[in-house]
Design a protein around this ligand. Structure first.
Ligand SMILES: [Zn+2]
Length: 62
């Protein structure tokens, strides 16, 4: 039997939605900018956390 429960599925769906948004931002060229203040995101931070959405002032993920 699968170990997946509804909570696991919800987590996966959230992650996929998040990746979708990152891919869209890559496509339109806003991936490297904070979504809140448009500050360019530090390259090292982006390497450490590829799904990073925002600058350190707005650390919440997309
Ligand atoms: Zn910001």
């Amino acid at each position: 039997m699968s170990e997946f429960n509804n909570e696991s599925v919800a987590t996966i769906e959230t992650t996929l939605n998040y990746v979708d948004r990152v891919l869209e931002r890559l496509r339109v060229g806003t991936y490297r900018s904070c979504q809140v203040c448009q500050t360019p995101i530090n390259e090292a931070n982006l390497m450490a956390t590829p799904l990073l959405a925002n600058c350190p002032s707005h650390p919440e993920l997309a």
